[in-house]
Design a protein around this ligand. Sequence first.
Ligand SMILES: [Cu+2]
Length: 224
Amino acid sequence: MHLTKSKKAAAGTLLLASTGLLGLVGTNADAAGTAAGPTQTQTHATLHALNNAAAHGTATVTIDGRKLDVSIDAARLLKAAPHAEHIHFGRQARQECPTVRDDSNADHRLNTAEGIPAYGPVRVSLTTRGDTSPDSTLAVDRYPTAPKGSIHYDREIKVGSRLARAISRGHAVVVIHGIDYNHNGTYDFDGAGASELDPNLPAEATDPVLCGRLKVQKGVLTVQ
Ligand SMILES: [Cu+2]
């Protein structure tokens, strides 16, 4: 009996060891999880327009432990208006950007709520200052305002280790909000009524305009 037990234990150890090895070969970041070494993972998203917007952009998030270095460039957004921007992630979500098939009420626009099955809830509010938690999802006075229609955002943000791991595995999505449907140069209720998130805000202020999944960049640490 004792022999069987120890054999089992040995087999278990072997299995663990080989799993660890696989991890090392697969993704450097996760295998080294506990190490405090210089293990960074870089993720990158091409931001594509939603809701027939003309906007475009890119996002880069470098993960180092629990530290995120977030950098976003976007253009052709509504000028001089706040653009809420977030990192969305949901374990149950499809972990991608929504499509027209997510327009569940068939009103020919995707609001933020309709996108949640695709990109999940807000996990990080990419504010310019102060709190970056989901509490700041609609903190319109602390988001980039795109003075010339473009955003250049850079901020270092600390998050929980589980979220950091999810982002470093390529499961998170960057979403920028705010779209001037009726092209009158401002967010107003004539464009698409009230926001489903806050009836005091026009839907134009909260509907998603740009979206991209943060894909893991392989080989960025390779020395040539
Ligand atoms: Cu968002």
